[in-house]
Design a protein around this ligand. Structure first.
Ligand code: BES
Ligand code: ZN
Length: 443
């Protein structure tokens, strides 16, 4: 195994799950490991505590005559559940057929480590970097970056840069260079419907009191009309429509409807009438139920009216929707449907604003040249449906755009069991980042 892969495996072995406080020490240890790694390659590095997980900042020695690149990534990972569906231990990196299986392999340790190694290689071969580099690695991305936005505000000078680069998005297929110029935003909302004071016999009381599970089902069903449009009043008011050049460009990509079915295993596609699967995923807002529960879930039947039921919703948003406005509008829409036969409790969750940049800006063109040099093919320009809320904050607070040069493949299983990253992309990522530094220096 190459020393680079060995070092990558060390990084992957930290179970740095940000959402579960049981892993707090592991998140911290992972940040310490990064500090050691950065210092070992000659960068200055510091760990900044926050109310939850630390931020790691590392810098090359600044030179006056060159632009500064801020490289953002996250070292926290998603939980591993359902753990029984993993074929290998989730935190023991395992190399099978050219793929490293491990939680965090793609999202995001593999991708940010390719940036780190790209810088290390450039330093080794040239003794210096063509640009100034600032690494910003956080431990809270998977929980909505609650402490990074204030950190940006409090550290404008420390993080001052000309452009930001992030590898935390996808490639449309292996070997196909892909630049992501937009991401959806997000707004989360949970609610619990409460009815009787205790679970009831459904024969004795059924038909005479509201059943919270049925109420939740009705509320959830009310979110969409039969054309797949979200029915929350005002939901589409601020939506910027897709531009014709984007629709034309995406129509030239391999059939997105078929790809969506193949990647997901769903027997058909579904969604807002008038849009292709790629347009629905990348450029249109949605309402999703991420979880729903209530009543008897065990084997056989149990004739009961549950005393409560719940649902967890998230809305994926596009420019210029305001996440807080959408969460409030959705809460109001749901609450107004509740009569006096039950009660509802709303719990708004985290949010993030959508982001779109100009892929043909000076730095955008430089990133495209780096992609072309690495993969020997014309870059495809896409938007994506996932969210990285801090990217818009980087724009708002630090005043710079972000180049998204992701390396996730459609079958890398991020957030799911058997997450994996191909060695091919790991190595391509290292070269891509070396090329990026050179191209940005000349931009
Ligand atoms: N890397 C993903 C986001 C992503 C995935 C962007 C695929 C583009 C393509 C990131 O780690 C993530 O999972 N973000 C969360 C954000 C949320 C927790 C605020 C998401 O999108 O659900
Ligand atoms: Zn993620």
């Amino acid at each position: 195994m190459s020393p680079q892969t060995e070092s990558f495996f060390e990084y992957l072995r930290f179970p740095s799950i940000s959402t579960d406080s049981k892993y707090k020490r592991d998140v911290e240890n992972c940040a310490d490991w990064l500090i050691g790694r950065f210092k070992g390659m000659g960068l200055s590095a510091e760990k900044y505590p926050t109310p939850k997980h630390p931020v790691v900042v590392a810098k090359s020695e600044p030179k006056k005559d060159r632009p500064t690149v801020l490289i953002y990534g996250h070292y926290d990972v998603q939980p591993v559940d359902p753990v029984e569906e993993w074929d290998t231990p989730p935190f023991e990196p395992t190399l099978i057929d050219g793929r490293v299986f491990c939680r965090g392999a793609t999202d995001n340790k593999g991708q940010n480590f390719a940036h780190i190694l790209g810088v290390e290689e450039a330093l080794k071969s040239d003794g210096e970097l063509p640009v100034n580099v600032i690494f910003l690695l956080e431990g809270e991305e998977e929980i909505g970056s609650p402490n990074l936005t204030p950190f940006l505000g409090a550290n404008r000078e420390l993080l001052a840069a000309d452009i930001c680069a992030v590898s935390d998005t996808g490639m449309i297929a292996p070997g196909v260079p892909t630049m992501t110029y937009g991401l959806r935003g997000i707004g989360c909302l949970e609610f619990v419907v409460r009815g009787p004071a205790l679970d009831l016999h459904s024969g004795v009381y059924g038909g005479a009191v509201a059943n919270p599970a049925q109420v939740v089902a009705k509320l959830v069903a009310s979110l969409h009309d039969d054309k797949g449009r979200v029915q929350v009043p005002g939901f589409y008011d601020k939506v910027i429509p897709l531009e014709q050049w984007e629709r034309d460009m995406w129509a030239k990509l391999p059939d997105g409807n078929a790809a969506t079915m193949k990647e997901t295993g769903a027997p058909g596609i579904w969604g807002e009438e008038g849009y292709t699967a790629l347009e629905r995923r990348w450029g249109r807002p949605t309402a999703e139920v991420n979880g729903i529960g209530g009543g008897y879930q065990g084997e056989g039947s149990k004739t009961v009216i549950p005393r409560e039921a719940m649902a967890k919703l998230s809305f994926r948003l596009v420019p210029d929707q305001d996440p807080q406005e959408i969460i409030s509008a959705a809460a109001k829409f749901i609450e107004e449907q509740i009569g006096d036969d039950c009660r509802i409790e709303m719990d708004p969750g985290h949010d993030g604003t959508a982001y779109v940049m100009d892929p043909h800006s000076k730095f955008g063109d430089a990133a495209q040249r780096a992609l072309k040099a690495t993969f020997n093919d014309e870059p495809r320009l896409i938007r994506e449906g996932g969210s990285i809320p801090i990217i818009q904050s980087i724009k708002d607070i630090l005043g710079i755009d972000t180049l998204m040069l992701g390396l996730a493949l459609p079958d890398c299983q991020i957030h799911a069991p058997n997450e994996n990253f191909t060695i091919e992309n790991f190595e391509a990522g290292i070269r891509l980042n070396q090329n990026l530094l050179k191209e940005l220096a000349g931009a």
